[in-house]
Design a protein around this ligand. Structure first.
Ligand code: HEM
Ligand SMILES: *[C@@H]1O[C@H](CO)[C@@H](O)[C@H](O)[C@H]1NC(C)=O
Ligand SMILES: *[C@@H]1O[C@H](CO)[C@@H](O)[C@H](O)[C@H]1NC(C)=O
Ligand SMILES: *[C@@H]1O[C@H](CO)[C@@H](O)[C@H](O)[C@H]1NC(C)=O
Length: 527
């Protein structure tokens, strides 16, 4: 019997990994998938009585220890816990679970206890009232590999090191002033994209692809001082993002770490990490040797190297730390931005009235000038409302970035043990029907006369998180999104190719984006 259950878990794990990981080779994936789905089916049937017996025994055992008031939990399977219930859209599965079990749920994913918060009150408790207790990040295998032993900002442990690097980001890399100083980069790259669209002269434009290139180019120039728009770098960044979205069995069931080795995940991760490291080594060498400030002024690598030289942190900023911080800017700033732009355009294409209203606003502001400038954005309330509504409906990181509690704490009456991993389902909260009218509908107007913004003070709307661990890149991201969207609708009438409407299905991964690319014809607006 134990042999059988071991097989069962093994098969489930491989199955989950192969489904979640785009980076694994097609060959590996297909073989695993077919063998394992067969094994799974056979095993589920043969081990069903055993599992049921275990479940009954377990609920009997757990009902006998009453001293802790833990949040409700859905029934779990041995070893894998609730892993099998997350499916390919965890934010949706967890939303459904919250409807049954309430705003605080305690899951067990493998051997890891995971608290899921799905209401405004729960989010406020975690990210404001008890922010300090929940300011840690869990140890995660793959990010740990990618970010040089988690020495970046997003995944490093709460403590003095994180405080120092976060403050470098807030004060020096992503401050208002710094973001302003890269205005010419945004203008030039936006203009470049518009020219590409113009050249297509009404034939199919792959907007998804253009938006990915645009955000990559902006971040490359800001962070590294120049474009790296060859296919090689694009692929490398894409692979890194895919790795971050991969499910690693070993992160949840340490005794099954070998599954990651067997599935090829570990080998793949090591290869991608090595390649990115070589790239960043080259970049840093170039910056160290090339002391003269180039035409574009100082890029983020220059700034970090200066901080390193001037000993600002009080400890020596190692080379790996520098690379980890640069990587954070790439992984945090590219995919999230292009994804929200994609969703905004997808929603506008599906809501011609909103598209028209936005275009009207742009035409009135632009007044026939060649481009809408960043100074104009302040006077475009509908544009801002459209982007907010997009982030509400399509939160790029629907479960934000996981946190971890560092001591026992009471939350809404429940006991939460130290070391519990925490997911805030910001996506579900932003669609809570008790707070939002017609929550699933795209209605930018709801933000027009509302003081709600995304800076982390309104817990019903948290696309950038909140509190100590909140996103330091808000200004950076928002101005790119606004400028690009404003100019797109100012210059072009966009129409979908083909008869069918746009497929709005989501993919899973670290960010949730559109499954199918947006293919449009773009005709210039006569103004
Ligand atoms: C639409 C764009 C973006 C979205 C939706 C987004 C969202 C988020 C979220 C949800 C978190 C976790 C917050 C929490 O745990 O409470 C986060 C953290 C972070 N973001 Fe962003 N972000 C975006 C753009 C950017 C940009 C442009 C950068 C940098 C150039 C950036 C850098 C970071 C960093 C470094 C962290 C880690 C902060 C920490 O752990 O202390 N993000 N972001
Ligand atoms: C459009 O671009 C996306 C993203 O680069 C790509 O996956 C897709 O194959 C492209 N589609 C077409 C029809 O060019
Ligand atoms: C940098 O600061 C640390 C700690 O204050 C000190 O030990 C080290 O010698 C300093 N390095 C330089 C180059 O000033
Ligand atoms: C917003 O408020 C203004 C006046 O402050 C009002 O004229 C307008 O109708 C309101 N719009 C909506 C959508 O409620």
């Amino acid at each position: 019997m134990t042999d059988l259950t071991t097989w069962f878990f093994f098969a489930t794990c491989i199955y989950i990994t192969s489904n979640s990981c785009k980076v694994l080779s097609k060959f590996n994936k297909n073989i695993y998938r077919s063998i394992m789905s067969f094994t799974l089916q056979v095993l589920i049937f043969s081990s069903l009585p055993f599992i049921l017996a275990l479940l009954v025994l377990k609920s009997y055992l757990s009902s006998s220890k009453h001293h802790k008031n833990l949040p409700p939990s859905p029934p779990k399977l041995p070893l894998i816990g609730n892993l099998h219930q997350l499916g390919s859209s965890p934010h949706r599965a967890l939303q459904a679970m919250a409807q049954t079990y309430g705003p605080l749920i305690l899951l067990r994913l493998g051997s890891v206890p995971v608290l899921v918060a799905s209401s405004v009150e729960a989010a406020r408790e975690i990210m404001k009232t008890h922010d300090l207790t929940f300011a840690n990040r869990p140890f995660l295998n793959i990010p740990n590999k990618i970010f040089y032993a988690s020495q970046d900002i997003a995944f490093s442990q709460y403590g003095e090191y994180w405080r120092q690097v976060k403050s470098i980001a807030v004060l020096h890399l992503l401050s208002n002033k710094r973001v302003q100083s890269y205005r010419h980069v945004r203008d030039e790259e936006t203009l470049r994209m518009m020219e590409t669209i113009q050249k297509a002269e009404g034939s199919v434009v792959n907007l998804s692809e253009l938006l990915v290139s645009l955000t990559n180019n902006i971040i490359c120039r800001v962070a590294l001082g120049k474009r790296h728009d060859g296919r090689k770098f694009k692929k490398l960044l894409q692979q890194t993002m895919e790795l971050l979205g991969c499910f690693s069995v070993g992160s949840y069931i340490p005794s099954l770490r070998w599954v990651d080795r067997l599935s090829g995940l570990e080998k793949n991760a090591n290869a991608v990490v090595k390649e990115f490291d070589e790239f960043l080594e080259g970049v840093i060498d170039e910056h160290v040797n090339n002391k003269a400030v180039d035409v574009e002024g100082r890029d983020l690598v220059d700034v970090i190297l200066e901080i390193q030289r001037d000993n600002v942190t009080g400890f020596h900023l190692e080379r790996d730390m520098v690379k980890a911080i640069v990587l954070d800017v790439f992984t945090g700033g590219t995919d999230t931005s292009s994804t929200s732009l994609e969703w905004a355009i997808a929603e506008l294409l599906g809501h011609p009235h909103a598209m028209k209203k936005l275009q009207q606003e742009a035409l009135e502001i632009g007044q026939g000038r060649s481009m809408i400038s960043e100074d104009d954005l302040e006077n475009m309330p509908y544009l801002k409302a459209v982007l907010k509504e997009t982030l509400r409906l399509h939160t790029p990181l629907p479960l934000l970035v996981p946190r971890e509690s560092t001591r026992d704490i009471k939350l809404l009456g429940y006991d939460i043990p130290s070391g519990t991993r925490v997911l805030v389902n910001a996506w579900a909260i932003a669609r809570d029907p008790t707070i939002w009218e017609a929550p699933d509908e795209f209605r930018p107007e709801r933000f027009l006369n509302s003081s709600i913004d995304y800076k982390g003070f309104h817990f019903e709307f948290l696309p950038f998180g909140a509190g100590r661990r909140g996103c330091p890149g808000i200004q950076f991201a928002v101005v790119v999104n606004e400028l690009v969207l404003a100019n797109l609708v100012y210059k072009f009438n966009l129409a979908l190719m083909g008869e069918k409407g746009l497929d709005m299905s989501e993919t899973s991964g670290i960010t949730v984006h559109l499954k199918c690319p947006i293919l449009v014809s773009a005709t210039p607006v006569c103004s």
